[in-house]
Write a protein that binds this ligand. Structure first.
Ligand code: S3P
Length: 175
């Protein structure tokens, strides 16, 4: 028998793992409202993330993420959340993410992220020299935070977008 998940779904993972794309597809499949934290922060600040980093600094952006998570916890109705790649790094954010719903970690290899984002200019943390090196070291630093926050971990490097969506749906139905 087909069951519907009763909870919100929260997508976490490194930049370029597919959170935004999967968020759109999943919210469509489930008919849930989609909330993308980067977009909400940009709308509130009136500028793109890279400008927030440039003008106010990373710490100010991180504080905006935490404040937003606190606000989102008050929202009613089923939702899919796609959250910025660095959100689970702050310890205080981890219980907030868990409280929001079932947390699904879309895990990728550094090389996959590099291939997807090598021409990207929107992610301040990956600009400059040696982006693959930056991806490798940031990912290694963050792996524990992602794994600790996740209820479900999916290795998505070899999956098509359809397979990722089906795997997310299947995993959350088992819970
Ligand atoms: C960041 C990821 C970005 C965005 C910001 C910082 C990070 O979101 O929040 O550039 O620290 O990993 P995406 O994961 O959607 O790219």
């Amino acid at each position: 028998m087909k069951r519907e998940p009763r909870e919100n779904v929260v997508l976490i993972g490194f930049m370029g793992c597919g959170k935004s794309t999967m968020g759109i597809r999943l919210s469509y499949r489930l008919q849930y409202i989609l909330e993308d934290t980067d977009k909400l922060i940009e709308a509130r600040a009136g500028m793109p993330v890279r400008e927030i980093f440039a003008s106010e600094g990373e710490e100010a952006f991180r504080e905006m993420e935490t404040q937003l998570l606190r606000k989102l916890a008050e929202k009613k109705g089923p939702r899919v959340y796609s959250v910025g790649g660095g959100t689970p790094v702050r310890t205080v954010n981890r219980p907030l993410l868990k409280k929001l719903g079932t947390v699904v970690y879309l895990r990728t290899r550094p090389e996959t992220v590099y291939e997807r984002l090598k021409n990207d200019t929107a992610r301040p943390l990956l600009q400059g020299e040696d982006p693959l090196g930056k991806i490798r070291s940031l990912m290694a630093d963050r792996e524990t935070a992602y794994a600790e926050t996740a209820d479900v971990i999916l290795d998505v490097d070899e999956m098509t977008p359809d397979q990722v969506v089906e795997s997310i749906l299947w995993s959350i139905m088992q819970r």
